[in-house]
Design a protein around this ligand. Structure first.
Ligand SMILES: Cc1cc2nc3c(=O)[nH]c(=O)nc-3n(C[C@H](O)[C@H](O)[C@H](O)COP(=O)(O)O)c2cc1C
Length: 217
């Protein structure tokens, strides 16, 4: 495995070419800039640009991270969905502080969001749940995300039970499936530069308005 370690040690990063980031021409709100950057990601055919890392902290203050799908974004916040029974669901119950991170290597862009995760109402959660594919709904209805699985066949049996259940009850919704809105108070846009002169612009929410500051790279 030493050859793999050599590869890691000698891997190059941020070679470019990258798009430019005109910090003087940025909009008032980070949501608007996020959507502009997302559009650029789509134009560059970034693979799964809506995959993001969600970080939470447990009740002892220990951080935890995992990848989730961004379901929507608007001036109110960034949205993700998961089970309240999952590890992250439990963590969010005791501490709603979160961060989100997007990294699009091909265009050298990273977006960091810090804020609070707020649960959406029951009706919205049910609507989001019913929009999911059948297998995803069946898995959610098992309702055991992140608990210990003794053997893989237990999962297969539970899935098969839930798939038959959905045949009989096609609009059954999970009690735990929840859409969360991350209301941001800090959003940073980071643009890589081939000559290592990276550009960082951070939005801070002050009272009820956004201010923007450049950051040292
Ligand atoms: C690309 C990708 C997308 C994912 N999307 C979701 C998602 O939208 N919701 C979710 O609960 N888990 C999603 N997962 C699984 C999570 O990363 C994680 O394994 C799961 O939510 C359990 O996390 P927890 O134990 O911290 O609660 C996704 C994983 C990957 C790699």
């Amino acid at each position: 495995m030493n050859h793999v370690r050599n590869k890691i040690q000698n891997s190059k990063t941020l070679l470019g070419p990258f798009p430019t980031f005109e910090v003087q021409e940025t909009p008032y709100s980070p949501c608007e800039l996020f959507l502009k950057w997302f559009q650029v990601a789509l134009e560059h055919d970034i693979h799964e640009p809506h995959a993001m890392t969600l970080s939470t902290v447990d009740k002892e203050g220990k951080p935890d991270s995992r990848v989730l799908i961004l379901k929507d974004v608007d001036e109110e916040g960034w949205y993700f969905a998961t089970s309240t029974n999952s590890e992250k669901g439990k963590q969010l119950r005791t501490n709603s502080n979160v961060s989100l991170n997007f990294y699009w290597a091909l265009i050298g862009r990273q977006i960091r969001i810090r804020g609070n995760a707020i649960k959406m109402d029951k009706e919205t959660n049910v609507k989001d749940f019913l929009n999911r594919g059948k297998v995803a709904r069946a898995i959610s209805l098992i309702g055991k995300q992140s608990s210990i699985l003794e053997k893989q066949s237990d999962f297969e049996e539970a899935l098969s039970d839930q798939l038959s259940n959905l045949e009989d009850n096609p609009v059954e919704a999970s009690d735990s499936w929840t859409l969360y809105k991350v209301r941001a108070n800090e959003v940073e846009f980071w643009q890589a530069d081939e000559k290592r002169q990276h550009v960082r612009l951070k939005y801070f929410l002050e009272s009820d308005h956004w201010i923007k500051k450049l950051l040292w790279a």
